[in-house]
Design a protein around this ligand. Structure first.
Ligand code: ADP
Length: 789
């Protein structure tokens, strides 16, 4: 390090030159200088060897690495190097004081450093009143700039006030205002002090204007904007600045998009906060990090949910009834109950009521009733099947820590319809299962409970979503298998199976027109006759609902469409015969005929999840030791009831004129066909009793009789469930007579009148009533009551 001893040296004519990249030096001011370029370092050393004088001239463009004559301004400043410090990397730092303005007259040499001949610019002294006024105004404005936030130290302000020479004041202010280099150069080149004052005051004014504008905006921001708006405003500013500087990239654009989506999503405050926090995390993460994808997916889910979006609800009961009737034939009781429900909903304007659950066999229109409810309310409809759902996470989602985690099905469905007040149907609520993966029922309970569902927690989202505006409905095939906790929340509405006549009307008025339309056909081209429809019902379907019926109607339509496409445009009538040619040989025949006439075969009635059905009991005997063999997948209650039936027959052997010894020497085998299907329950008691008696007496049972009823050892007939379904099934199967417990008489109220009119129904209190009603005369040739030879 070396120090200048004598700064009063006269200024030499020739001196080394250091070009300045982004700096302008003024006389009487001191600046630190970083010298890095080789030529400049040599020039600096040369100056230090001499009298420390150096010419400092700004480059036209700061980026020029090796400036030549044409790359430099002509006017610059002579400086004295006060201090020099060599840095270890070969560069140097110097403290330079401006001594005088100068103009370059000649370049003396260019290598190994630049050397110039200079002419010092003398300034004339001025001191008129106007100049003094201008100086004061300038100092005043300078102070004002500091007040408005320009970072100017207090000492600098005081020093400015103390300067008396106008030219020097202009230099001082231009230097401390932090102007751009070009602006400083303009001030440096203004030789006349008055002119220089004007220039400096021009730049100062410009600066003041910007500062004032900025502070005005700031004030406005403070006054009228909430915190989030303020942040938005500042971010917009930042974005503008970044764009200006060229550092606004795609990542930034994406973050801004997320922020604006979040602001538009209408989330509750806490959720919004969380979402913004995630955006913040994402922003800070390197874009290659694996977790960015996870956060993006999460944010997409959050902004995609209908936090406040709702469909306008219209609820006009007359209109609702019209829509229900328009979409569904019959179902009067169901419709009535739905309208009541809607009326309550309208009055209380809340979703507090119980949840309607439609229970019935497949294809009876449970789902389509749900759709009609949605349509009559003007809301969207979602259907979610719960069949086989065993994992709580399916309903509620996986926590985000799992790889590939997603929200549960509830959130997914809500997100698809994008409204928070849809009609939401949970299908097959009786089929949810419990196992080691958790209990989906508890999640469902939370969803269905109006006390809890305003803040439904999905594991993935981890923020509550308000489901209280959603109208939930449920369906089930079998009410007895609905988990009890859920059952308590539901109001069950039975949707029974249809009678043959009802199916006919549904087909004629709903299914056929619908399928014709879907296949682009008219009833002139394809005419379903009544006979044709009945044929499909009787010979191609066996079901409580109408799904198979609809499928067969569709199959006929499809065939017709194909023929049309092949150019065959003859009007077709769907009759009994055309059915056979289109749909192939009959799939079903009336069941009764199959088993007609053999002793030991009796038609019972059962209830399955698919509605009522005919269940045959077959009994046969063989020499043996009085054992009873039961096959056909009977479960324990049914086995007991079989044993009871046999015991009862044995106990009545005498009255039936059966030889008790003979009974000891035969084995009885009771079988229920369709062995693949497990069967249980006591309601086949009377049927098994009749089968055993019919076999032993060798007397066939009337072919068109079906029966149901539990038996007791004392010979009583006890009530059973599912009377309505069973009678419908008997009717469907073409039975003429039905035997059922007297104690079930009240259940007949629910059975459609046309069914009751078609069937002759016998009410049983004791088992003694049965055989006289159903047995045909014993077959000749064999006396069953005789002991075997
Ligand atoms: P579920 O949900 O009970 O299994 P769906 O609602 O899927 O039955 O009904 C099957 C088909 O039968 C649908 O096309 C439906 O429109 C039709 N359907 C059922 N019941 C009726 C009815 N009473 N009137 C008109 N169409 C019906």
């Amino acid at each position: 390090m070396s120090t200048a001893d004598d700064m009063k040296d006269p200024i030499p004519e020739v001196m080394p030159l250091i070009p300045l990249r982004d700096l302008v030096l003024f006389p009487n001011l001191v600046v630190p200088l970083f010298v890095g370029r080789e030529k400049s370092i040599v020039a600096l050393e040369e100056a230090m060897r001499g009298d420390h004088h150096v010419a400092l001239v700004a480059q036209l463009l700061p980026d020029t690495q090796e400036p030549g004559v044409a790359d430099l301004h002509v006017v610059g400043c002579v400086g004295t190097v006060l201090q020099e410090l060599k840095l270890p990397d070969g560069t140097a730092k110097a403290l330079v004081e401006g001594v005088a303005r100068m103009r370059i007259v000649e370049f003396v040499s260019m290598e190994p450093y630049m050397q110039v001949r200079v002419e010092v610019v003398e300034e004339a002294a001025t001191s008129d009143l106007e100049t003094t006024a201008l100086m004061r105004a300038l100092v005043g404005d300078f102070e004002k700039a500091a007040e408005l936030g320009k970072p100017i130290p207090q000492e600098v302000l005081m020093a400015a006030g103390a300067i008396e020479e106008p030219g020097r004041l202009a230099d001082f202010i231009a230097f401390h205002l932090n102007l751009k280099s070009e602006e400083k150069q303009v001030v440096l080149e203004a030789i006349e002090p008055r002119d220089r004052l004007d220039k400096a005051s021009l730049f100062l004014h410009k600066e003041l204007q910007i500062l004032e504008l900025g502070s005005k905006i700031q004030n406005r921001v403070k006054e009228s904007m909430s915190a989030s708006q303020r942040e938005y405003f500042l971010r917009e500013q930042l974005k503008a600045i970044q764009q200006e500087l060229g550092s606004y990239d795609e990542v930034q654009a994406e973050m801004d998009e997320y922020r604006s989506k979040i602001a538009d999503a209408g989330m509750p405050e806490a959720v919004e906060e969380k979402a913004l926090k995630e955006v913040g995390r994402l922003e800070k993460m390197p874009s290659a990090a694996a977790e960015t994808g996870v956060i993006r997916t999460y944010l997409d889910w959050l902004v995609g949910l209908p936090w406040t979006t709702e469909d306008d609800e219209k609820l006009d009961l007359v209109e609702a009834k019209r829509i229900l009737d328009e979409d569904h034939y019959g179902l009067e009781k169901v419709k009535e109950r739905i309208l009541e429900y809607l009326a309550v909903h309208k009055l209380t304007n809340a979703q507090r009521g119980p949840i309607l659950c439609f229970v019935g066999p497949p294809g009876v229109g449970k789902t389509s009733i749900g759709k009609s409810i949605a349509r009559s309310l003007g809301r969207k409809f979602i259907r979610m099947s719960l069949g086989g759902v065993r994992d709580e996470a399916e309903i509620r989602g996986h926590r985000r820590t799992y790889v590939g985690a997603l929200p549960g099905r509830i959130i997914q469905s809500i997100s698809t319809v994008h409204t928070r007040n849809p009609v939401f149907m949970m299908d097959e609520i009786d089929k949810v299962g419990v196992d080691f993966r958790g209990d989906p029922t508890s999640a469902l309970l939370e969803v269905l409970d109006p006390e809890q569902n305003f803040a439904f927690q999905d594991h993935y989202l981890d923020v509550p979503l308000d489901l209280s505006q959603t109208m939930f409905l449920a369906t089930a095939n079998d009410r007895s298998t609905i988990p009890q906790a859920l059952y308590d929340r539901l109001e069950v509405i039975e949707v029974p199976g249809y009678t043959r006549a009802e199916k006919f009307h549904i087909a004629k008025d709903f299914l056929v027109p619908k399928q014709l339309e879907q296949h682009g056909l008219t009833d002139e081209r394809l005419d379903f006759t009544d006979e044709g429809i009945y044929t499909i019902i009787d010979y191609y379907t066996r079901e409580a609902g109408v799904r198979g019926l609809e499928r067969q109607v569709a199959a006929v339509c499809r065939q017709k469409t194909m023929r049309l496409a092949e150019g065959d445009d003859v009007a077709t009538q769907v009759t009994r015969d055309t059915c056979e040619s289109i749909l192939g040989p009959y799939v079903h025949r009336p069941q009764v005929a199959e088993r007609r006439g053999s002793p030991g075969v009796v038609a019972g009635l059962s209830v399955t999840p698919a509605g009522g059905d005919i269940l045959f009991v077959e009994c046969t005997k063989m020499p043996g030791k009085g054992q009873i063999i039961l096959t056909g997948n009977m479960k324990s209650v049914m086995q007991e009831s079989a044993n009871t039936a046999v015991s009862f027959v044995r106990s009545k052997a005498e009255r039936l004129m059966l030889d008790p010894d003979w009974l000891k020497n035969i084995d009885l085998h009771l079988h229920l066909p369709k062995g693949g299907v497990p069967k249980d329950g006591p309601s086949a008691g009377v049927t098994m009793f009749t089968a055993v008696a019919s076999l032993l007496l060798n007397a066939p049972v009337k072919p068109d009789v079906a029966m149901t009823g539990e038996i007791s050892l004392r010979g009583k007939v006890l009530p059973v469930g599912g009377i309505k379904e069973k009678l419908l099934a008997a009717h469907r199967a073409g039975m003429k007579e039905v035997l059922m417990p007297k104690q079930n008489e009240r259940d007949l109220d629910e059975v459609p009148k046309e069914i009751k009119d078609d069937l002759s129904i016998h009410l049983l209190s004791t088992m003694d009533q049965i055989l006289p009603l159903v047995l045909l005369p014993p077959l000749v040739g064999e006396r069953p009551s005789l002991p075997p030879e």
